[in-house]
Design a protein around this ligand. Structure first.
Ligand SMILES: [Fe+2]
Ligand SMILES: [Fe+2]
Length: 273
């Protein structure tokens, strides 16, 4: 079987991640990769590979749902079912309280941050990985911008930059950095999807920015194969949060910062107005 070396390295998290693996782990990863590829080839030959939808097919599904795809997770029941009663936030709520009570299960961001830590990323990038998608509890549309806005008053500028632009960069491969276009996106955006003009121009701006590698390394450590059984916790990140997250003394939502209202929205999504 022919192996696309770059694609294989990208599945492992890029050259930096590979350099930290011992030879046994590399051999095992290669075997696993080849098995998956073989399964894909067999499925394709038998015509059983799941077909990715087109943009038009996805648009035709809009009126089949009782909610819009960009809605935040707190505002819609899973699979469109009923929502659950939420435990109230404690007084002086901290980031960790929001993780426990509003961003759960948060597996994806915890796994991404764990990987960033293992691959020796800077603390800003580890923090960005830990926070990059949690705003999806509130809203999914343009989540890079919303997420950056939510955290901007409290975290280092480079971490905000990484969160804001990771969402645009995900559409643009960078093989040298170990990032390939995710297969998942053919499924969720459509096989023939082209990012809109504002995403394309944002990418161009960031590509030439001196901080390009901040959001790029964030995308490299972003994970697309979510393991629902992985045991992850926020504990290993306590020190990084302590060093880089400026908690307001009266709790998130109570400090009149430019994003305090967003924290209140997350705290109380059942408020009617
Ligand atoms: Fe994201
Ligand atoms: Fe992500």
């Amino acid at each position: 079987m022919e192996i696309d070396r770059r694609a294989f390295i990208a599945t492992l998290g890029g050259t930096a991640a590979v350099s930290m693996m011992d030879s046994e782990a590399k051999a095992e990863a290669l075997e696993h990769y080849m098995e998956e590829k073989l399964d894909e080839q067999v499925a394709a030959a038998q015509g059983t590979a799941p077909k990715n939808p087109t943009v038009a097919e996805l648009e035709a599904q809009i009126e089949t749902r009782g909610y819009r795809r960009g809605v935040g997770n707190l505002f819609v029941g899973s699979q469109g079912g009923k929502v659950k009663r939420l435990e109230p936030m404690p007084k002086n709520a901290k980031l960790q309280d929001f993780f426990r009570l509003r961003f759960m299960p948060a597996n994806h961001v915890l796994q991404s941050a764990t990987r960033a830590m293992k691959t020796g990323m800077s603390e800003e990038i580890i923090l960005a990985c830990l926070l990059h998608d949690v705003v999806q509890s509130m809203i999914k549309v343009d989540h890079g911008w919303w997420g950056a806005q939510l955290f901007e008053p409290y975290i280092p500028e480079k971490a905000t930059f990484a969160i804001r632009y990771h969402a645009a960069l995900r559409f643009y491969p960078d093989s040298d950095a170990g990032y390939e276009y995710p297969d998942l996106y053919y499924r969720i955006f459509g096989q023939d999807y082209q990012p809109p003009e504002y995403i394309a121009s944002t990418y161009k701006m960031v590509r030439n920015h001196k901080w390009y590698m901040e959001p790029r390394l964030m995308t490299v450590n972003d994970l697309y194969a979510f393991d629902p059984n992985a045991k992850v916790s926020i504990d290993p990140f306590e020190d990084i949060i302590g060093r880089h997250f400026k908690h307001p003394k009266d709790g998130l939502g109570n400090d009149n910062s430019p994003s305090a209202h967003m924290w209140r929205t997350l705290a109380n999504p059942d408020a009617p107005l």
